[in-house]
Design a protein around this ligand. Structure first.
Ligand code: AHZ
Length: 348
């Protein structure tokens, strides 16, 4: 039997661009009802394109980005409200740094597309509204707090601002699966110097496919904002708690290491208390492990502070505080990494 063949519809494209003029689509049409015409649809056509042109336009840029960001300055894990806020602050403060933003999901924004119990209006306590002013998100001022009419308005605006920074590359549908680590030459302590990544669809199939090796990104500081515990949540907190576990030799005897399991522990978030939670998450947005700064709900998983539930002031300010911590440890971590394996290269 012959294989089924695709039916080619008649080729009607003329690719004649001569009738096309500038502003062929005119949305400023102010004709009255029944006479609205945004374009001359009988003559309308797009500029011609060959399919391979589209393939190459995507592929070339993606692989160029992978090449460029294989050596990043900062990697941010998780593009939820805290990670995106941190990305914005870092992108603005240090246009000279290359920032790779890695998000497991296809869409970024984490839990911020809806408010509490899937409702719309999103509440922020002052003074976090100053950040809303910075990114031009409107709100109703209720005195001590402000309300944005839809959580999606806040997060979509923030995403659009972050994506416009030329020094930030979002790799979505990509999951951080592990860390690159180094042993400090002087102290013998373990330090994080990069991340191990894979396409999320690959990550999700490690159990039912044969080994699918990952990719890597070297960097000087990782900012982890992967949210509270869940399938992809609290990733870094859980992985680092594993990494610091004592190593045993073949006889079951513990091999002494400079990094002890007491150096990094998981305490798991406590019950909801908005007032305590927001303030404590902000306080805890700092470097918890050499080379890793935490932000957002992942801080609650490490520190054991309360959760805050449906209020987002803490996430914004946590992102700002975490960005500050990244900038304050950056030079030190970079100087340490310069000494590893002949130093770091900035080939691209
Ligand atoms: O997909 C995750 C989400 O977008 C992403 N992520 C998690 N693990 C990842 C990994 N690699 C790459 N290994 C990963 N990406 O991280 C993002 C986390 O966003 P989030 O909105 O869940 O976290 P947040 O801390 O920025 O905001 C949390 C807001 C709160 S508070 C709260 C409560 O108290 O119950 N619940 C939420 C959602």
């Amino acid at each position: 039997m012959t294989p089924p063949t695709m039916l080619q519809t008649a080729q009607v494209d003329t690719f004649d661009l001569s009738p096309m003029k500038k502003n062929i689509i005119n949305l400023s049409s102010n004709a009255s009802n029944g006479d609205v015409k945004f374009a001359d649809w009988d003559k309308f056509d797009f500029t011609p394109i060959r399919e391979s042109t589209v393939s190459r336009a995507m592929t070339r840029r993606y692989f160029q980005d992978m090449d460029t960001y294989a050596e990043s300055d900062i990697v941010i894990i998780g593009a939820g409200s805290s990670g995106l806020t941190a990305a914005y602050v870092l992108g603005k403060a240090r246009p000279d740094l290359k920032i790779a933003l890695i998000e497991s999901n296809i869409c970024c924004g984490g839990g911020s597309w809806v408010s509490g119990q899937l409702l719309s209006a999103q509440v922020f306590r002052k003074p976090s509204h100053e950040f809303l002013d910075e990114i031009n998100v409107e709100y109703e001022d209720e005195g001590d707090y402000v309300v944005v009419k839809h959580a999606a308005l806040f997060i979509s605006t923030l995403i659009s601002k972050v994506l416009q920074f030329p020094n930030i590359k979002l790799f979505n549908a990509t999951t951080v699966e592990d860390f690159i680590t180094r042993r400090d030459e002087v102290t013998g302590e373990i330090r994080v110097t990069g991340v191990v990544t894979n396409f999320t669809l690959v990550t999700m199939h490690h159990d039912d496919q044969s080994c699918m090796d990952p990719n890597t990104i070297n960097c000087d500081v990782v900012l982890s904002s992967s949210g509270h515990d869940g399938r992809f949540g609290a990733f870094s907190a859980k992985r680092l708690a594993e990494i610091v576990k004592p190593v045993k030799d073949f006889n079951g005897k513990e091999i002494p290491t400079a990094t002890k399991s007491s150096d990094f522990q998981l305490h798991n978030m406590r019950g909801l208390d908005m007032n305590l939670a927001e303030k404590n998450v902000v306080k805890g947005s700092q470097e918890w492990f050499p080379g890793v700064v935490f932000a957002g709900m992942e801080v609650a998983e490490i520190s054991g502070c309360n959760r805050m539930g449906p209020i987002f002031s803490g996430m914004i300010v946590s992102g700002i505080k975490a960005a500050e911590s990244v900038l304050n440890v950056y030079d030190k971590r970079r100087a340490q990494n310069e000494k590893c394996y002949g130093g770091r290269t900035h080939a691209t």
